[in-house]
Structures are given as structure tokens and as C-alpha cells.
Ligand binder design. Structure first.
Ligand code: BG6
Ligand code: MG
Length: 214
């Protein structure tokens, strides 16, 4: 039976998948590079510089490492500005209940977000204290789709991966969860998340009783 739930953040607990998209879109417009929501699907779960490299696949010129760093920093400043006014009312419906049910069931609760803004965002959402462990994305060697971040969280929680369930909205995240040897719950589009063991339209549809016993 499951002993830990390990959550992604952006697009699972709150609508920041959209906020990241808007920040990248602003940057892409400024440098005259085409970017749309389809391309954005490939960015979900992917770290900051790797996301920029995907956007720059359509650029007409190449960008030096220094320029790439400036662009990534600029995008982050747009994102950080956008999340300033985040509050507990920005949590997706159902998150509060899922965390309470997990706690009640005696499950460990971890966070495996690629975002270096994750702790700040959880704090603004008012749920930082409800996690037993929050991975530090900056300290993880291989980003999703590698399993590293999920394995880091499982180790910190003291739960073997086979007893962990990962919850993700990104294809790269589902791949990472499976590579870590965990069961994967996809949140969002069933076609984009076809590899997941279960796909739910949103986190409000997550009933702990259905997943924990299996
Ligand atoms: C992931 C998001 O959670 O974090 C990505 O899905 C984002 O879109 C990545 O690029 C890194 O976030 P940050 O805040 O470190 O730039
Ligand atoms: Mg996500």
C-alpha cells in the first residue's frame, strides 16, 4: 500500500503552468520568436534553461550562454512579479482536502517541483507547513524526465519508491515518476498524459481511498 504522496506543484496544486506560459510568451514576443501553447506543452515540468532552449529552437540566430542566462533571468523576473499577489485562494479546488486526507491516512507528503520558486509559492499559497519535505530544485543533478527529484523526495521521506505515488501534470514528470519506480497519477489532458497509470481531469477528482489501497 502507498505510504507517501509526492506532488508536482505548477499545474497540479495551482494554475502556475499558465503563469509560466505567460512569462515565456512575453519574453518570446520581445525577442521576436514564435511561441504558442502547443510548444508550451513541451516546457511543462522542464527546468528554466532547458525551457529557454526549446523556445530558442525557433530563433533566427544563436544566443551565447551569457545571453541565454540574461533571457532566462528576464523571464523569471516576469514570473516572480506575476506570483507576487498569490494567496491561498489560488489553490486549486480540492488541494486542501487531498492534503488533509493524506495526513489523516498517515501518508508522508512531499513536493517534487522543478521550480526554484517552489518554496516561495507554497508559502504564498499557505501550505508550506503541510509538506514533510520539499525538494530543492537547484540541488538536483538531472532534471525531469530523469527520476532524480522523485528519488530525492522518497529518500528524504524514508519511503521506498515502490510505496510512493507521484502526481504530475506534465509528460516529462510522468516519465520521471515511472523511472523512479513509482505509480503515476496524471492531472489534466488524458492524451498528453497517456503514460500515467491513472489520469484525472483535475486534483479535485483525486479520492485518496481509490489510490492508496491499490
Ligand atoms: C516547473 C514548470 O514546475 O518549473 C516549468 O512546469 C518551469 O514550466 C520549471 O520552467 C522551472 O521553474 P522556475 O520557477 O525555476 O523557473
Ligand atoms: Mg507541473
Amino acid at each position: 500500500a502507498a505510504r507517501a504522496l509526492i506532488f508536482d506543484l505548477d499545474g497540479v496544486l495551482t494554475d502556475t503552468a499558465h503563469t509560466h506560459y505567460e512569462a515565456w510568451k512575453q519574453l518570446a514576443d520581445e525577442i521576436g520568436v514564435y511561441f504558442d501553447r502547443d510548444i508550451n506543452e513541451r516546457l511543462k515540468g522542464v527546468d528554466r534553461l532547458a525551457s529557454l532552449r526549446i523556445i530558442l529552437e525557433r530563433a533566427e540566430r544563436s544566443y551565447s550562454a551569457e545571453e541565454q542566462l540574461e533571457l532566462a533571468t528576464r523571464k523569471n523576473s516576469y514570473y516572480v512579479e506575476a506570483i507576487q499577489r498569490t494567496s491561498p485562494k489560488d489553490l486549486f479546488a480540492g488541494v486542501d482536502r487531498v492534503l488533509a486526507d493524506a495526513r489523516q491516512a498517515g501518508l508522508k507528503i512531499g513536493l517534487a517541483s522543478a521550480s526554484r520558486n517552489a518554496r516561495t509559492l507554497l508559502d504564498k499559497l499557505g501550505i508550506v507547513d503541510r509538506f514533510d519535505y520539499i525538494a530543492d530544485a537547484g540541488a538536483i543533478r538531472h532534471a525531469k524526465p530523469a527520476p532524480d527529484i522523485f528519488l530525492d523526495v522518497a529518500a528524504a521521506l524514508g519511503v521506498p519508491p515502490s510505496h510512493c505515488i507521484g502526481v504530475e501534470d506534465a509528460a516529462a514528470g510522468i516519465t520521471a515518476i515511472h523511472a523512479a519506480g513509482m505509480a503515476a497519477i496524471g492531472i489534466g489532458d488524458a492524451r498528453a498524459l497517456a503514460q500515467a497509470d491513472v489520469v484525472l481531469p483535475d486534483i479535485a477528482a483525486l479520492r485518496l481511498g481509490d489510490v492508496v489501497s491499490s
